[in-house]
Write a protein that binds this ligand. Structure first.
Ligand SMILES: NC(=O)c1ccc[n+]([C@@H]2O[C@H](COP(=O)([O-])OP(=O)(O)OC[C@H]3O[C@@H](n4cnc5c(N)ncnc54)[C@H](OP(=O)(O)O)[C@@H]3O)[C@@H](O)[C@H]2O)c1
Length: 245
């Protein structure tokens, strides 16, 4: 796909779905700003595409000043921002009875506030330009609740609600909103699970359902970005075929 007319910011681009999307959009010729806490990983991606315009940023999505810096520097460098992809997330699932309040706090900060920080930083530019697209990685867990994933599901239900509100508020400004909701996908996300039983459950589930690869989710993001101005892909749910949840 030719996306050479697009300036795209990807938050959470250092591994998994964000890294796969960065690579796919770089191949499509998009001008990219890629951000995450692991700058070395971002620079590895940049090095793979010496002929592409890719800016890398060390940024923590829980810190508004970091996120605003990425957006502001992108606009300075490329003159505008067409797409913000809020992809950063963690999934430390565990039963509520374990009371892992620090993990809950981190999930709320990264999975929800991270998305809101992106919206707060990018929306003023987009609404002024009366053009733009904000994409967030949601999850099947943002549509269906499962035991031991209550807080993760809660964060992803919140993302779905926030993004739908954004859609309605900004329709008059031609701003597209998209949530991409993957099922089980083979990434580093399982490393964010600290409960041993849950980590095993997630890995076994991935094997049993024939989990997806991050490149397959990236194709949905590419599709949503490539649509014509009058067409907005609001939601995409992508499951492994054998995943029933
Ligand atoms: N894999 C699945 O089965 C699945 C299913 C449904 C939804 N999702 C969602 O997909 C998204 C991407 O996850 P993934 O599966 O690709 O896992 P991943 O490989 O662990 O990628 C997570 C990304 O988020 C970034 N991140 C985490 N905390 C951050 C922070 N505080 N500030 C900035 N970046 C941060 C990580 O970068 P750094 O660590 O370098 O900061 C990394 O780039 C998440 O929102 C996840 O909830 C995944």
């Amino acid at each position: 796909m030719d996306l050479s007319n697009k300036v795209v910011v990807i938050m959470g681009a250092s591994s998994g779905i964000g890294a796969a999307t960065s690579r796919l959009l770089a191949k499509d010729g998009a001008k990219l700003s890629v951000a995450a806490r692991r700058l070395d990983r971002l620079n590895e991606i940049k090095a793979e595409f010496p002929n592409s315009e890719i800016e890398t940023f060390k940024a923590d999505v829980t810190k508004f000043e970091d996120v605003k810096n990425v957006i502001d520097k992108t606009v300075e460098k490329f003159g505008r921002i067409d797409v913000l992809y809020n992809n950063a997330g963690i999934m430390p699932t565990a039963p509520l009875i374990e009371g892992r309040r620090d993990e809950w706090q981190n999930m709320l900060q990264i999975n929800i506030m991270g998305v809101l920080n992106g919206i707060a930083a990018a929306l003023p530019y987009m609404s002024k330009a009366k053009s733009g697209q904000i994409i967030s990685t949601d999850s099947v867990a943002g549509h269906v609740v499962g035991p031991d994933a209550a807080v993760y599901s809660g964060t992803k239900f919140a993302v779905r609600a926030i993004m739908d509100g954004l859609r309605m508020e900004q329709a008059e400004n031609n701003i597209k909103t998209t949530i991409v909701s993957p099922g089980s996908t083979g990434t580093e996300l399982f490393n964010s699970i600290n409960d041993d039983d849950q980590k095993k459950f997630a890995k076994d589930f991935f094997e049993n359902v024939g989990g997806l690869q991050p490149e397959q989710i990236a194709e949905a993001v590419e599709f949503a970005i490539g649509t014509k101005n009058n067409m907005s892909v609001s939601e995409v749910i992508i499951r492994p075929t054998r995943q029933t949840l």
